[in-house]
Structures are given as structure tokens and as C-alpha cells.
Design a protein around this ligand. Structure first.
Ligand SMILES: NC(=O)c1ccc[n+]([C@@H]2O[C@H](COP(=O)([O-])OP(=O)(O)OC[C@H]3O[C@@H](n4cnc5c(N)ncnc54)[C@H](OP(=O)(O)O)[C@@H]3O)[C@@H](O)[C@H]2O)c1
Length: 393
């Protein structure tokens, strides 16, 4: 029998206001917003002032509130709020992927110690219900891979770059004006955001907790017209792809640009959409597509978590208990396109083999194979005037 929940909401920004809207427009949801904690006292609000508080204790210490919904934009404050709520035995819903990925083990332990559920579908791939599917649907079907486009901002930029023949910088500036990209876009464009989501999903897909600091991420900020032209000549696009793939007992996990051709499921994932491809032993490839960002799409995942709490749902982290002998490894050979301008930049990477080499007055590239561990050790993400794209064979 489901129960009526009283929500204490932290944050009333894009997603918080989206949640207020979707709750009001959804008939039959047994939940209501009781109090909203925000930060800036001078900001005008679209709701009466009695809804709001600036003191987190009005929610965390209130006996009337059953569920804390954390939708703020600061990972450290969010951890304080979420961990305190769990310690008090309150159910928590959050969309904060940075906090989750960086403090995953602690939050996992807190849930168990205090028997309080923590749900976070909105933290990974916006409106796509991937965590619940990994927990429930793929409970028995052993997964071999989970990969996809996990970041709406970069996918929006890459879509426009390929559709509109504009440079990366031009499209980024336009995306910032339209509100599709932050004024400091680093977390999105350098692949950190996708990496946080990938680390969270690896626990639910393979039962492996991986600290994001150990996972390779290479973004799209150094993309040039030469790379776009190369992709076009190969009838391909460049997408920022998050990878989690089993190779025997090893799990390779990384985020980097990849050439995708027309036959690839991710080729037609456009604009702010995300796409997730799941490969399983018996069901083979399956594909999820949905909006990866935005107030209402993200709030729809938050709403689904709130609804799940009305029937006492919690993640069981089922893959942790499966007899799958698997460990995170960087011992993987991969094929990459490496574009550079000066000869000495080729020596920044130790290739196992170089399969193709091109030189012109304006740029050079090689296609070659190297180890993922070598990419990590090289700190190639710090090198200017070069670009890396994975070539999947
Ligand atoms: N936007 C998306 O499309 C999207 C998609 C998926 C996940 N998310 C995640 O959802 C969360 C919220 O994102 P958003 O885009 O809604 O952020 P946002 O628009 O920047 O809003 C942030 C809100 O948090 C409040 N806040 C910040 N620090 C606070 C504190 N210490 N105590 C109380 N309130 C505080 C702000 O208060 P004031 O109003 O007083 O400034 C504001 O209302 C983030 O974790 C984000 O990563 C967002």
C-alpha cells in the first residue's frame, strides 16, 4: 500500500522548479512539497514566501518531512545535506552526479547503516530510466557492455558543429547564450560530467565501484575543423562516448570522443538527447534514447524516484552480489586517431603500432594502437594543439 509523502526540497533552480511543475501536473502522485530550502535571500521567487527557508535544519530536523529531495548545484553542500538526511533515517532523492560519483562508497555505506533509501535516477542520463532497468530488468542477464552519450551539452555542440558547419568555439558561445552550456563549461566539455555518470552506472551494471579520479576522460574542447573534415570523409560523426566494457575479467571504463558511422546506434542521437546502449549475454544490444538535461525531463526522473519511495523501493545493488568475477583495469589496447601539429607532439604518446600516417602543411595525424594505461600516464589532455578520437573496429 503506497503512502503520501511530505517532501523537503533543497534547490529551486532549473530542476527544482521543474519538479514543482511536474508534481502539480501529475495527477495521483502521493507526494507534496512541504518546504524548499534555497540560498540567495535576494532572489525573487515564483511561489509564496512561506514555502521557502534558508535554514537547512527546517527540513533536516523536521519530523513532518519523510523525503529529502536534493537539487542544488554544489557537490560539497549536497554531500552534507544528503549524508545528514540519511543519518537521520530519511529517504533521499538526488540528481547530483558529481557528489554521488566522488562519495559513492560512503553514501552506499550510509544507506545500509541507517536503513535509509537513496535514489538518483536523475543523476545519470536525465530522463532515461537506466538505473532502475539495470537493477531490475538486467538482474539476471549478464552484461558485457554499457556505453553511450551521457552529456547533453557536448552532444548539442557536436550536433551543431556537424549540421551547421560552424567551429567548436562558435557553437559553444551560441550554446552558452541559449543556456545549453554553463559559463564555465569545463565539467561538460572535458568529459567529467559523463565520467561521473559512468562511474555511478558501473556499480549498477557490473557491481564495481570506481573512483572517478582513476578513470580517463578526454573531452571535445580541442576539436578542430581538420577532425570534422576527417570524420566527414569517413561518412562518420564524432560523438563523446562513455564506455564500460568487459574484456574477460577486466572492465575497461573511459570517456573520449569516438567516430560513429551511420550504422552505429549513437549516430542519430541529436542535440541534448542522450543514448545508452546496453549489451547483455542473452538479450544482445538494446538502446535507450531520451532527453539528457532540462528542467522537466530531469524532474520526470526525480518524480519517478519519489513515486518509487511511496512503495518503499530501494536499490539492492544486485550486481554486487552476483558471482561475476570482474575488476576495473586500464590494460586495454585501443585504436585511436591522433591529430597534432608539431613532430615532437607525436612522441607525447607511446604507440604500440602506427597503422596510418598523414602530413600536410597545416596538420598531421596518425592512426595507431596504444594502451589505455598509456593514455592515462601521458596526461595528453593537457597538451594543446592535438586531438584524440577513438576508432572502434
Ligand atoms: N539542469 C539540468 O538539466 C540537470 C540535469 C541533470 C542533473 N542535474 C543536477 O541537478 C542539480 C540541480 O541543477 P540545476 O540545474 O537545477 O541547478 P541551478 O539551476 O543552478 O539551481 C541550483 C539551486 O540550488 C540552490 N542552492 C545552491 N546551494 C545551496 C545550498 N547550500 N542550500 C540550499 N540551496 C542551495 C540555489 O539557490 P538560489 O535559488 O537561492 O540561488 C538554486 O535554487 C545539480 O546537481 C545538477 O548537476 C541538472
Amino acid at each position: 500500500m503506497s503512502k503520501k509523502l511530505n517532501i523537503g526540497l533543497f534547490g529551486f533552480g532549473v530542476v527544482g522548479q521543474g519538479l514543482y511543475d511536474v508534481l502539480n501536473k501529475t495527477q495521483g502522485t502521493k507526494a507534496q512539497i512541504h518546504k524548499i530550502c534555497v540560498k540567495d535571500r535576494s532572489k525573487p521567487r515564483s511561489l509564496p514566501s512561506e514555502y521557502f527557508t534558508f535554514d537547512k535544519e527546517d527540513i533536516l530536523s523536521s519530523d513532518e518531512i519523510d523525503v529529502v529531495v536534493e537539487l542544488i548545484d554544489n557537490a560539497e553542500d549536497a554531500f552534507e545535506i544528503v549524508s545528514t538526511a540519511l543519518r537521520k533515517g530519511k529517504a533521499v532523492v538526488t540528481a547530483n552526479k558529481k557528489m554521488l560519483a566522488e562519495r559513492f562508497q560512503e553514501l552506499f555505506d550510509l544507506q545500509h547503516r541507517h536503513q535509509a533509501p537513496l535514489l538518483y535516477e536523475a543523476a545519470t542520463c536525465g530522463s532515461i530510466p537506466i538505473i532502475r532497468n539495470l537493477e531490475e530488468y538486467y538482474d539476471n542477464d549478464f552484461l558485457s557492455a554499457l556505453e553511450g552519450i551521457f552529456n547533453g551539452t557536448t552532444n548539442y555542440i557536436l550536433t551543431k558543429v556537424f549540421e551547421e558547419n560552424k567551429s567548436y568555439q562558435e557553437v559553444l558561445r551560441a550554446a552558452q547564450v541559449l543556456g545549453f552550456a554553463e559559463s564555465d563549461p569545463t565539467l561538460d566539455v572535458e568529459g567529467f560530467d559523463a565520467k561521473y555518470k559512468l562511474c555511478i552506472l558501473m556499480a549498477h551494471a557490473f557491481g564495481v565501484f570506481i573512483e572517478p579520479q582513476f578513470v580517463f576522460n578526454y573531452g571535445i574542447s580541442k576539436l578542430s575543423v581538420h577532425d570534422i573534415q576527417y570524420a566527414r570523409e569517413k561518412n562518420s560523426k564524432i560523438k563523446l562516448v562513455a564506455h564500460g566494457r568487459k574484456h574477460g575479467e577486466k572492465l575497461a571504463v573511459y570517456v573520449m570522443p569516438q567516430f560513429v558511422d551511420q550504422g552505429h546506434l549513437l549516430y542519430n542521437v541529436h542535440n541534448e538527447y542522450n543514448g545508452v546502449v546496453v549489451e547483455a549475454l542473452f538479450s544482445d544490444k538494446q538502446f535507450f534514447l531520451g532527453k539528457g538535461a532540462g528542467g522537466h525531463p530531469t524532474a520526470s526522473a526525480v518524480l519517478s524516484d519519489i513515486a518509487a519511495l511511496t512503495y518503499d523501493y530501494r536499490y539492492e545493488y544486485k550486481k554486487l552480489h552476483q558471482p561475476i568475477n570482474i575488476r576495473y583495469s586500464t590494460d586495454l589496447e585501443m585504436k585511436v586517431y591522433y591529430r597534432y601539429s608539431r613532430e615532437e607532439q607525436l612522441n607525447r604518446l607511446r604507440f604500440n603500432t602506427i597503422l596510418e600516417r598523414y602530413e600536410s602543411q597545416s596538420y598531421r595525424y596518425v592512426i595507431g594502437t596504444l594502451q589505455l594505461s598509456e593514455l592515462i600516464a601521458s596526461e595528453i589532455e593537457k597538451e594543446e594543439g592535438v586531438f584524440l578520437v577513438q576508432v572502434v573496429v
